[in-house]
Design a protein around this ligand. Structure first.
Ligand SMILES: [Mg+2]
Length: 281
């Protein structure tokens, strides 16, 4: 089975790029297994090359969208990306300011990459080809600026009494660097986010993805049927949100740039930030 590296650490924990279906054929008393490999991304098949955008042209369109036509790695606050982000944030802020909460302590949950921290510099650096080693260098050196306007949204939520939780597929060994990049530790970029809220049971409110051997009970239970017992992104994130709810938090809003950040319920409302750079099932 070919090994592919997916875009984010959470992806490396998937049964990589393939679902294998074993079919038992019992004729003659023997058992045969037919393995069907399927791509992790299910989409259509173009009939013609004219139905897809040329990849080099597409990269340029994305550079233009981020307000970085020359590919310097610096996105612009005047870009169409920034405008689209601000529009999502505006509806998020209206929702947080107006939502009626009665089911516990109100809280928000945010994904990290391309929701709280902008990965644009890494897309340009890597030419959209994720590599876990070079990505880890960016992460560990805390090189990601905040997504435009997102710090203001989170700070406003905190002033309004929301607990603040971060939920990322980054592996547990990147937790300290992630916290430092999000907040202010004097290393690399300090994006200026409020620190994560400490949970009632004493856990810290920044959730990185543990190795499967170290799963807490709620992840073990949710992911027993996943490949090798390793949680898919949707199972990891939705089970963690369910865990937060079980501790008495009402997740009023869940912010993410991937559908897999938002699927699986356990939030009153979801807010999808734009990201044309990669797709995480
Ligand atoms: Mg993300």
């Amino acid at each position: 089975m070919p090994v592919q590296f997916w875009r984010k650490p959470s992806r490396r924990m998937l049964a990589i790029g393939a679902a294998v279906t074993a079919v038992a054929a019992l004729a003659g008393g023997g058992v045969a297994y037919a393995a069907t490999q399927q791509p992790a991304i299910k989409t259509s098949t173009p009939r013609s090359a004219n139905q897809v955008t040329n990849l080099d042209v597409l990269r340029q369109q994305i550079r233009n969208y981020y307000g970085d036509p020359l590919g310097t790695g610096m996105a612009s606050g005047d870009s169409n990306y920034a405008k689209e982000v601000r529009s999502v944030e505006a509806s998020g802020q209206r929702w947080l300011a107006s939502a009626h909460h009665s089911r516990g302590t109100k809280a928000i949950v945010l994904d990290v990459d391309d929701t709280a921290l902008l990965n644009w510099n890494y897309e340009v650096f890597s030419n959209w080809a994720y590599n876990p080693t070079t990505n880890a260098t960016f992460v560990n050196n805390q090189q990601f600026p905040a997504v435009f306007g997102m710090v203001d949204l989170v700070r406003a939520a905190q002033r309004e009494g929301y607990a603040i939780f971060y939920l990322t597929g980054r592996p547990a060994d990147q937790e300290a660097a992630t916290l430092g990049n999000l907040t202010s530790d004097g290393i690399g970029v300090d994006a200026g986010y409020p620190g994560p809220t400490v949970l009632r049971d004493g856990e810290d409110g920044l959730f990185t993805k543990p190795a499967a051997a170290n799963y807490p009970g709620y992840l073990k239970a949710a992911c027993t049927d996943d490949p090798n017992g390793a949680c898919t992104t949707v199972h990891y994130k939705s089970a963690t949100r369910a865990h937060l709810e079980s501790l008495g938090y009402d997740l009023v809003a869940n912010f993410g740039d991937q559908d897999s950040d938002l699927a699986g319920g356990h939030a009153d409302r979801t807010f999808k930030l734009p990201n044309p750079n990669y797709y995480l099932p």
